[in-house]
Design a protein around this ligand. Sequence first.
Ligand code: NAD
Length: 294
Amino acid sequence: MGETFDRVGFVGLGRMGTPMVRRLAAGGVAVRGHDAAPGVAEGLADVLTPVPSAAAAAEGAPVVVLMLPDSGIVEKVVDGGLLDALAPGTLLVDMSTSEPLRTRALAERVAERGATLVDAPVSGGVAGAEAGTLTIMVGGPDDAAQRLTPLLALMGRVRHVGGTGAGHALKALNNLLSASHLLATSEAILAGERFGLDATAMLEAINGSSGRSGSTETKWPTHIVPGTYGSGFTAGLMVKDLRIALGLAEAVDAPRGHAERTLALWSRAVGTLGPEADHTEIARWLRERPEEDQ
Ligand code: NAD
């Protein structure tokens, strides 16, 4: 059965964490929030109680949410005092896009403290976080997933997809698809433009045809055609996610020729654009790069 959690610790108040905390606060949840960047938590004092460390965020909180860049930073935060601060029975929810095998290993160490790690990464971007319409892919024990559902539902649609690590595996595989079709769409639109077609006319036709995707329906019309590149998801994080997906495919020996080529192109784009560029700028990179570099 779902449970009403009215107190939550939240670590990582970046592009995603901030709007997610706003949704929790609007749902009546008291949040103790921490971020490593100076002044970030204090700047959100209208929706949370700023605290100076992840361990302090866990004080008196039955649920602690992490929304951090990657597994390395999640482990650094957990081993930097959070693990010792977890009371038995605490639910530690990693909503970052982390590595599924590292998540399983971390879950064992969290279990030794009598707490439970649940992975609950999200899809839907900053816009979805603001609107509370994220897709939340939950991995973990049935009872923990069920107890967390009403809390997570304040931030989006909850899908319990399997045991520990399943959410993180699925999220990386989703982003392999997302990165692939943004690249494929961009190559197709750029070829069409060079032939004399108009990008918007192409997108309208494709969106009623079999080539449509999130890239044709949202990313190209909203961020690339107007040249605003403001999705809020960086190219560096996309490369991280592709590496996770490829690592997973390698670990289970699944076919991965396409994933390898996709990662190679995205890595080259990030080499030029820098990791903080919006990921939709891959279209601009493709447009501006000499063909021999692609
Ligand atoms: P971000 O870089 O904007 O935010 C990360 C935050 O973590 C920053 O505020 C940073 O200061 C903080 N941080 C880093 N190290 C810390 C530490 N040791 N202790 C405390 N805080 C620390 O990243 P984001 O875009 O919010 O993404 C967060 C996660 O969500 C990533 O795993 C990303 O892949 C995933 N994600 C992002 C989007 C998106 O559209 N931005 C969408 C889906 C999933």
